[in-house]
Design a binder for this molecule. Structure first.
Ligand code: NDP
Length: 325
């Protein structure tokens, strides 16, 4: 079987499409024939060796995949059943989805929700799942569409694009923040009412700025997140899930103590099973059919290395889907 294999020898990082035997797959009670995977920001960093995503070698990257069960010792899954997987360290500490097969723990698998194809599941992938968790975090913080405008940063990316489509479908007024003016039409098509340049959010911000946003989904971190916090309206909620701009947070406590602002972290890797299933059901119900045509680039396993570099170079819009099966 073919797999993207990352190896390290004498400190040198090496990634290549390799032939491996299924016997080499790590322990697990379910083996899946993978049909689709994706290139997420984390995968791109793992494949290119930027950032210490992979610490055990050799490793097959790919933090998400969809496919059909090939072999199962877990009574919850049967041969031929369609499944998807995101997170749980797959593609980081356990061989992942950029391969023809994966052997995993059944606890990590989600039965493919009704109404979703395997391809659509990976168009959404970890990015879409995370966007849904961010929307749920805003809802749980009381941010309903009538509360005011919602901001989405890193708008052209996988998480940002899906967040815009979801929020817009749910009736929110969405403003997108993007570093790429060329994507303005695309972001409007996804449902953003306004698009603002990233440069407006990267200048040094004052502790408190004019109150603008009822909610925000931030995929960027650093100065952008600090600016967003300073612009939140009273009792606004920010769901922070990413660090595409950096992991720092040069902010002050002022938005929290004077404007009752809530900063809610969002992690998709260890999300408990019940919430996972709920988020996937909501995705199926909410994502408009047009989204699946709008926001996807499709590559093969052998093109994944180039696609990873393109993503880090900020040349990719939406999701990169990897066709395997
Ligand atoms: P993408 O690379 O697809 O999107 C990131 C977007 O951020 C880009 O499209 C770009 O949008 C913007 N961006 C890129 N570089 C910079 C920069 N230097 N400064 C500011 N903005 C930048 O990644 P994903 O959507 O897959 O992931 C987004 C973030 O969310 C990542 O940091 C990722 O690690 C994180 N993440 C976290 C998860 C969790 O569980 N917490 C799960 C999934 C992702 P534009 O050009 O429009 O500005």
């Amino acid at each position: 079987m073919q797999a993207l294999l990352i190896e390290q020898s004498d400190g040198a990082y090496h990634v290549a499409l390799s032939d491996i035997s299924p016997q080499q797959l790590p322990p697990g009670n379910v083996t899946v024939n993978i049909n689709w995977s994706g290139i997420n920001y984390k995968d791109a960093r793992a494949i290119t060796g930027k950032g210490k995503i992979i610490r055990q070698f050799p490793m097959v990257p790919g933090i998400d995949f969809s496919g059909t069960v090939h072999h199962s010792e877990d009574p919850r899954f049967h041969v031929g059943q369609q499944v998807l997987l995101t997170g749980f360290g797959v593609g980081e500490t356990h061989w992942g989805g950029l391969a023809e097969q994966a052997r995993v723990n059944g606890d990590w698998l989600v039965p493919l929700p009704e109404g979703l194809t395997e391809r659509q599941a990976m168009i959404l992938g970890t990015a879409g799942f995370t966007a849904m968790l961010c929307v749920m975090a805003l809802e749980e913080g009381g941010i309903t569409p009538d509360k005011g405008e919602v901001l989405v940063t890193g708008a052209s990316g996988g998480v940002g694009s899906t967040a815009i489509a979801l929020l817009s479908a749910l009736g929110y007024q969405v403003t997108a923040v993007s570093g790429r003016e060329s994507n303005t039409d695309y972001l409007h098509q996804l449902g953003a009412v306004n698009v603002l340049p990233r440069s407006e959010f990267t200048a040094e911000s004052r502790p408190l700025e004019k109150q603008r946003w009822a909610g925000a989904i931030d995929t960027v971190g650093d100065k952008v997140l600090a600016s967003v916090l300073a612009q939140m309206r009273y009792s606004g909620v920010v769901a922070a899930c990413g660090l595409a701009g950096g992991f720092a947070l040069p902010a002050t406590v002022m938005p929290f103590i004077l404007r009752n602002v809530r900063l809610q972290g969002v992690d998709s890797v260890q999300t408990p099973a019940g919430r996972r299933i709920e988020a996937w059901k909501r995705l199926v119900k909410t994502v408009p059919v047009s989204f699946y045509q709008q926001a996807t680039t499709e590559v093969t396993l052998s093109e994944a290395i180039v696609a990873a570099q393109r993503l880090l170079d900020n040349k990719v819009t939406g999701r990169t889907l990897v066709k395997i099966g």
